[in-house]
Design a binder for this molecule. Structure first.
Ligand code: ADP
Length: 195
């Protein structure tokens, strides 16, 4: 089973992706987590992307595509599947990602979208800022990440809807309900695809 997860900052991507990937027995690939690990380990790639993450700006496509291709190729070799969380974030990334997936024989079966209204996202992210305190959880950066999502990433919803692979689940329900609804929708897609 190969799935993309498309949702704004604060929608609960990380929690849900962990659960859904366990259900389907596929690796959870989070581009944000991969970048944060590189930053924490002070790798050359980490030093290159650190400022983008701190500002809440998108990392340049060539860097993103490099780590995505490596992680997806590895996941496909091991399990045949993946749950990709945080990619693509732009139409250009979607197009390039598709070409890579075709080359690997591993295009996606479904794209899962969590719908959460902006005031709720802002509330959650500001609350998380006071507890976990990720480096990009300052109010200015949070607002910027939400803007970037709206202008760069949200247009992808139409792109995938047009291809008939988009599933939208309300991310404002209790966490367990979001998980259950997501898994049910994806299981229906899996049956249809025979994956
Ligand atoms: P959130 O969705 O809460 O902003 P993520 O962990 O998904 O958190 O992403 C954190 C940061 O990592 C982004 O603000 C961006 O700087 C970088 N990043 C992650 N994925 C991508 C991507 N596909 N393209 C460009 N930058 C990315």
């Amino acid at each position: 089973m190969r799935i993309l997860l498309l949702a704004p900052p604060g929608a609960g991507k990380g929690t849900q992706a962990d659960r859904i990937s366990v259900h389907f027995g596929i690796p959870h690939i989070s581009t944000g987590d991969l970048f944060r690990r590189h930053v924490a380990e002070r790798t050359p790639l980490g030093l290159e992307v650190e400022e983008y993450l701190r500002r809440g700006d998108l990392v340049p496509d060539d860097i993103v595509l490099g780590i995505v291709e490596e992680a997806v190729a590895d996941a496909v070799a091991r399990t045949g599947g993946y749950l990709l969380d945080g990619f693509p974030r732009t139409l250009a990334q979607a197009r390039r990602g598709y070409r890579i997936a075709v080359r690997l024989g591993a295009t996606v079966h479904g794209v899962l979208h969590f719908d959460v209204r902006e005031p709720e996202l802002l509330r959650r992210l500001l609350e998380r800022a006071t507890t976990e305190g990720r480096d990009d959880d300052t109010e200015a950066t949070i607002r910027h990440r939400l803007d970037v999502y709206k202008t760069e990433t949200e247009p992808l919803l139409d792109y995938y809807r047009g291809r008939g692979v988009l599933v939208t689940v309300s991310g404002e329900q209790p966490v367990d309900d979001v998980t259950a609804e997501s898994i049910a929708a994806l299981e229906a897609i899996r049956q249809k695809a025979g994956a």
